[in-house]
Structures are given as structure tokens and as C-alpha cells.
Ligand binder design. Structure first.
Ligand SMILES: Cc1cc2nc3c(=O)[nH]c(=O)nc-3n(C[C@H](O)[C@H](O)[C@H](O)COP(=O)(O)O)c2cc1C
Length: 385
């Protein structure tokens, strides 16, 4: 694909110059997801037992790819999911809402992978109020094996930040996706009208700008950007250039440029939000819960979000999480400031049928122009305690 895009010639042309050839090597201009940081995507089906369940769980979505999870295995019949709150993104996630949504995503993969291995997981959310880091023990009993297209999609699910085609999503598909909600605490609504999408898109652009103008949020976001192949291999987490949904040519060229600074990364994100993410969003989804600050609602909403993402993947569609509005709402709340983005988001959700429920997470859906790319992962063995 890179050759057909002409990048082979570009690489040959620039490798004559010392610094650029180093950047080409250092940043894996070609073969971006070949290293050990991507092994988890290649081996997630290898183990037929509970360790295989963990291998699927670590492939879940998480805020900024922080992977805020730890697991404990007791024998062959109990897996505990724990929160690693040291991986919360400071001022971007002051109430650990996103952290818990990501933990909910891991829990959904865990449940699907258990079923696929003939194990019934009995999951209890936060069973010990005095021990909030224990998120969810899952007691496993033998059961009939249940394979599902959602399970099969675990290895192909990626957040797709590229452009989407100007083609609507069938209403029947949206109805099916909404029907995946199986717990009354979490539901999804769709923003499909031109006016609704414009208003939400505008709010997202303003919120992205506000995040970049808030130095602490900007710095704490940037801390999770992995700008070189070495950093990716070392940390096996965070955001990468390959995950930005750019064309192969532009991604390769960007890797040959000097490493991104925080301010240029911020400017790039705001521009992408305006010219690609919101400009090509065919429909937005809003995951709603009664109380955005209730960890049980966050975990339940996270499970629904991951289930929707897997179902979207199984249908060959694309999804991008877009949470800058709620990040600004939580930031204002944590600083005791008047909410700038809360009232307009609540009004928008109510117009789309939100019925007074609160927005937990937002995303866009569409027919992708190009596939999403793998993001790095710490393997299950590294997050087992
Ligand atoms: C709670 C939550 C919030 C997220 N917020 C955003 C966001 O605002 N913008 C974005 O592009 N991706 C967002 N993501 C996607 C993550 O960055 C992504 O899941 C992570 O980098 C791993 O990549 P993957 O989903 O392709 O496996 C979010 C994911 C979760 C679970």
C-alpha cells in the first residue's frame, strides 16, 4: 500500500541524508505495527483458558490508551479486574470517569472472551465499597461455549480518526446498535439531523480548543503521546502518529519530520477536529447514564460503549470516541467554575431524546475511507498481579 502511494520512492530519496534516515529507522516509517508493542494483537486467541480471557481484555479501548487496568487470577475460576488509578489522566479526567469507562470496556471484552471459552463469568461491580480499586471480580463456571461476531471483532476493533465517507448509516443499523444496551443504567441515543450534528460538532471544536488553551490539560494530554518507535516499544501504551487516521503518505512523511511539539500537536488536533472529525461525521452517538459521576454507571456505560464499537467493527463501519466536551465539563466542575459546556450539551442530548439522562461518552460513526490502525498494548502478562 505504501509503495502504491509512492512512499517507497520518497523514503529512498530521503534516506541519503543522515538525520532523516535515522528518523525513518527510529520511527518505523514502514511496518509501523510490527514490534513487540503490538504482539498482543497477534496472540490474543492463543490461550484457551482464563489467561486467554485476559489477552482479549487488554485489547479494549481506554482513554488515551492508558490501559488503566490490573488483573489478578485465582486458580482457573476467578479473575479480578482492578483499577490502576496512577494511569488516570490528571486534569483531563479529574473524577476518573473516563478511567472507569475504559475499565468497563475491558470488562466487556473479558465477558465475551470467557463465553467464547465455555466459561460463564459472574461479574460483581465494585463489591467492596471500602476498596474502590477492586473494580469487578468475575467468578468463572463451566458453560456452553458461545462464539459471537462481537468476540471475533476484538482483534479488529480500532479507534478510527480518519475521514468517513459522505454516506449515511442505515436507520436499522442504529436501531440494532441501540438494542445492544442490556442494563437499564446505560443507553445510547443518536444525533443524526444536520442541525444536531452541526451544533454538536461546533461544541466539540470549541471544547478541543479550550483543552489546548488550558496548559495543564494540554501538558497532561501530551504526556501520553508516544512520538518515536522507541517510546512505543518502551511504554506499549499511549497515542501514536499511526493512530491519527492520516493517509499512509502523510503518516510516513510526518514520521520523517522533527518530533512533534506539544503546541504543534495541539494545533493539529484542533484542525483535525474541525476539518476531518466533525466535518465527516455522519452520525454521533451519545452514551447516557442517570449519573455520570457514579462509578457503577461509568462501568456499565463503558461495557455498552465497547459492545457498540465491536458491533460497528463487525459491520465494517468505523467509530471514533470524541470526549473533549465532557473533559471540559469535568475540568470546570473540578475547578469550581461555572459550566461552559454542560448546559449546551445537556440541551442537545435532550433534543435528541436524552430524557434528562447525562452524557457519559460521545463518539462518531461512519463508513471509513481507510481502516483504523492498531495501537500499542501491554501484554496480559505485564498487567497480571
Ligand atoms: C473513555 C474513553 C475516552 C476516549 N476519548 C477519546 C477522544 O476524546 N478522542 C479520541 O480520538 N479517542 C478517544 N478515545 C479512544 C482511545 O484513545 C483509544 O481507545 C486508545 O487510544 C486505544 O486505541 P484503540 O481504541 O484503537 O484500541 C477514548 C476511549 C475511551 C475508552
Amino acid at each position: 500500500m505504501l509503495h502504491s502511494a509512492g512512499i517507497g520512492a520518497l523514503t529512498v530519496a530521503v534516506t541519503g541524508t543522515g538525520m532523516l534516515s535515522y528518523r525513518a529507522y527510529d520511527n518505523r516509517v514502514l511496518g509501523a505495527d510490527g514490534g513487540a508493542a503490538f504482539d498482543a494483537w497477534r496472540h490474543w486467541r492463543d490461550d484457551a483458558g482464563p489467561r486467554g480471557v485476559l489477552a482479549a481484555a487488554v485489547l479494549a479501548a481506554s482513554p488515551h490508551n492508558t490501559q488503566p487496568w490490573l488483573f489478578h487470577l485465582s486458580g482457573d475460576d476467578r479473575i479480578e479486574l482492578h483499577a490502576d488509578l496512577s494511569r488516570r489522566i490528571g486534569s483531563v479526567d479529574p473524577y476518573a470517569c473516563e478511567t472507569h469507562v475504559g475499565l468497563g470496556c475491558a470488562l466487556e471484552n473479558l465477558a465475551l472472551a470467557a463465553h467464547a471459552r465455555g466459561l460463564e463469568p459472574r461479574i460483581t461491580l465494585r463489591p467492596e465499597p471500602g476498596r474502590p480499586s477492586l473494580v469487578a471480580p468475575a467468578d468463572l463456571t463451566k458453560a456452553t461455549q458461545q462464539h459471537s461476531p462481537l468476540y471475533d471483532a476484538i482483534g479488529y476493533r480500532h479507534t478510527n480518526r480518519g475521514p468517513y465517507r459522505d454516506r449515511p448509516i442505515d436507520t436499522a443499523v442504529l436501531t440494532d446498535l441501540a438494542a445492544l444496551a442490556d442494563d437499564p443504567r446505560a443507553s445510547v441515543i443518536w444525533v443524526t439531523t444536520r442541525a444536531g450534528r452541526d451544533d454538536l460538532g461546533d461544541l466539540m471544536i470549541r471544547a478541543a480548543r479550550a483543552v489546548t488553551e488550558d496548559e495543564q490539560q494540554s501538558r497532561e494530554n501530551f504526556a501520553w503521546f508516544r512520538g518515536s518507535a522507541d517510546a512505543i516499544e518502551k511504554h506499549k501504551d499511549g497515542l501514536t502518529l499511526d493512530g491519527q487516521g492520516l493517509s499512509a503518505v502523510v503518516t510516513s512523511a510526518a514520521k520523517l519530520m522533527p518530533a512533534t511539539s506539544r503546541t504543534s500537536g495541539d494545533a493539529f488536533w484542533v484542525k483535525q477536529t474541525r476539518t476531518v472529525h466533525t466535518a465527516t461525521a455522519t452520525v454521533y452517538g451519545l452514551v447516557l447514564v442517570p449519573d455520570r459521576y457514579d462509578p457503577l454507571h461509568q462501568l456499565t456505560g463503558g461495557r455498552l460503549l465497547e459492545r457498540i464499537h465491536l458491533a460497528v467493527t463487525a459491520r465494517g463501519l468505523a467509530l471514533q470516541h470524541m470526549n473533549q466536551i465532557t473533559e471540559r465539563i469535568d475540568r470546570d466542575r473540578s475547578q469550581g467554575r461555572d459550566p461552559v459546556f454542560g448546559p449546551p450539551l445537556a440541551a442537545l442530548a435532550d433534543r435528541a431524546g436524552g430524557d434528562g439522562r447525562q452524557v457519559l461518552a460521545a463518539f462518531r460513526l461512519g463508513h471509513p475511507v481507510r481502516p483504523g490502525r492498531r495501537s500499542p498494548r501491554r501484554p496480559a502478562t505485564q498487567v497480571l498481579r
